[in-house]
Design a protein around this ligand. Structure first.
Ligand SMILES: Cc1cc2nc3c(=O)[nH]c(=O)nc-3n(C[C@H](O)[C@H](O)[C@H](O)COP(=O)(O)OP(=O)(O)OC[C@H]3O[C@@H](n4cnc5c(N)ncnc54)[C@H](O)[C@@H]3O)c2cc1C
Length: 479
């Protein structure tokens, strides 16, 4: 019997699994698709205080988020990078005194920080390639960019290092409350027992209530879709832009994976969280947002790839989606039902959310609190020791692997021993040995797991031929 069973392997479920397993609980987790394949890979990929939440007076959320920015930078340094954000001043939208107060508060709430303080910029003197000369001054502040799906996977891998049993492509189809435990039915026909159940189904929470718990959702949820587009790199400077739009929303333009620019996000209310897709209107909106600020215009043909994600926001009294709180809510029913439902949240606050959830579990079992997840690095964040290779490997592949896997790259390269070299070349920079590693050690089961969540090469290389090659390797290996 498990102590804790978690439904959902997004960032919140994975973070809870890591924390609880590290505190000595027997943990199980089932994810119906791939780990981190839903909202947790469709974010803007920022660990940030959320400067715009200050306008809604969400000071405690911003403070907790800024604190987490420091912690996550420490524990996940190989998949994260501090980035400067430039906010061009648009006098009609927000007066400069308001922005100055906002940035002062942001710096103040961050306290002693590894990130530089904000400053005013004379934009015309900055030699910025992206911005048109219409914007004379602005402000600069820093936040953290992160690989969101990898952050989720590293939490999964670390939960396993601490003894958790995790299953991707395994849906929880039924839950049945017995006197002192839950009986959990899975799509593969297996049944597990657990003393405690955690519902971390993210934006699919309404479906989980209806289909698995057979009851009405406890809180009223709004599903808000946000979409991003990816283009070839729009400019050389290693800075992101935060662009204020006439509707008072802000849109980010962020350097992404060295070759690309990531642009987002939109906000539209939707009725389902399943398989979100960007609409033509969202594409048009994002293109206009960029073109408003740059002389180098983009158009629909420049979009290389796009993705959409859905956030579940707990309905509050605000009319506007932008003003609806991004804070999370833990519905602790341990004493009555041995159950916790997780509502809402941000990537940034997942570790804190997880810690608070496992604190409730400690309290339920009358155990002493044991906080550890902010002190121990995630797998791969420790130094990489490899110096030489037995087999010849291109510099670009070597660099990409070292960057992506950090301290785990030794283990990736060791898979060349199984093949007596790199094995089959799949496309530029991707060889069979890496696929072998991903199948053996990182739960990869299909082409998208490899091309999108674990390597991101799919943005450039996603042809039928490439997918077939990967498919054959996976089939050969798994059978
Ligand atoms: C457009 C957008 C941009 C964002 N940008 C940022 C950002 O830059 N920074 C930030 O901090 N936050 C950001 N967020 C918020 C952040 O992405 C989410 O808060 C976070 O990813 C939610 O994680 P989750 O684990 O709750 O949900 P999910 O990642 O959706 O995970 C829930 C999982 O539960 C699984 N599941 C559901 N039902 C079952 C079942 N019956 N059996 C098994 N599994 C099941 C689903 O398949 C899913 O994988 C953004 C959100 C959006 C939509």
């Amino acid at each position: 019997m498990f102590d804790v069973f978690i439904i959902g392997g997004g960032i919140n479920g994975s973070g809870i699994a890591r924390d609880a397993a590290g505190r000595g609980y027997k943990v199980g987790l089932a994810e119906q698709y791939d780990f981190g394949s839903q909202t947790s890979s469709w974010s803007t990929k920022l660990i940030h205080g959320g400067i715009r939440y200050l306008e809604n007076y969400e000071f405690s959320l911003v403070k907790e988020s800024l604190n987490e920015r420091e912690v996550i930078y420490q524990i996940a340094n190989h998949i994260s990078k501090p980035l400067n954000f430039i906010l061009p001043h648009v006098p009609d939208l927000r007066p400069s005194w308001l922005i100055r107060i906002g940035l002062f508060l942001y710096d103040f709430l961050a306290g002693r920080s590894a990130f530089p303080k904000s400053k005013r910029l004379d934009l015309l003197k900055e030699n910025l390639k992206f911005l048109s000369k219409n914007y004379q001054y602005g402000y600069q502040y820093a936040d953290l960019q992160i690989d969101d799906s990898r952050l989720t996977l590293l939490n999964i891998l670390d939960s396993e290092n601490n003894g958790a049993q995790v299953f991707n492509y395994t849906k929880v189809t039924s839950v049945d409350k017995k006197d002192d435990h839950w009986e959990i039915g899975l799509s593969n026909g297996k049944k597990f027992l657990s003393k405690i159940l955690i519902n971390a189904t993210g934006p699919m929470i309404e479906g989980a209530f209806r289909d698995i718990f057979k009851r009405e959702v406890g809180n009223s949820i709004r599903l808000i879709q946000g979409s991003h587009i990816i283009t070839n790199k729009l400019y050389e400077e290693d800075k992101a832009y935060i662009l204020q739009q006439p509707d008072k929303r802000i849109v980010f333009v962020i350097p992404y994976l060295e070759k690309f620019s990531l642009i987002g996000t939109t906000e539209i209310e939707v009725s389902s969280a399943i398989n979100p897709k960007i609409t033509p209107q969202e594409k048009k909106y994002l293109i206009e947002c960029v073109n408003r600020f740059s002389d180098k215009k983009i158009q629909e043909q420049d979009i290389l790839w796009s993705y959409s994600g859905v956030r579940p926001l707990i309905q509050d009294s605000s009319e506007s989606m932008t003003k609806n709180s991004r804070d999370y809510h833990l519905d602790n029913q341990l004493n009555s039902e041995r159950l916790i439902h997780i509502y809402g949240g941000k990537l940034t606050t997942y570790r804190k959310l997880s810690e608070k959830t496992v604190d409730y579990i400690d309290a339920f079992f009358h155990k002493k609190l044991h906080h550890w997840t902010g002190l121990k690095k995630l797998p791969g964040s420790e130094n990489n020791s490899k110096t030489g290779f037995k087999y010849k490997i291109e510099k670009e592949t070597l660099n990409r692997i070292t960057k992506n896997y950090g301290g785990l790259s030794d283990k990736v390269f060791e898979c060349m021993d199984d093949l007596g070299g790199t094995g089959l070349k799949i496309c530029d920079n991707l060889y069979e040995f890496e696929i072998l590693y991903l199948i053996k050690f990182e739960h990869a089961k299909n082409e998208d797991d490899i091309l999108f969540r674990r390597t991101k090469l799919g943005i450039q290389f996603n042809s039928e031929e490439i997918r077939n090659k990967i498919h054959t390797i996976i089939n050969n290996y798994l059978n």
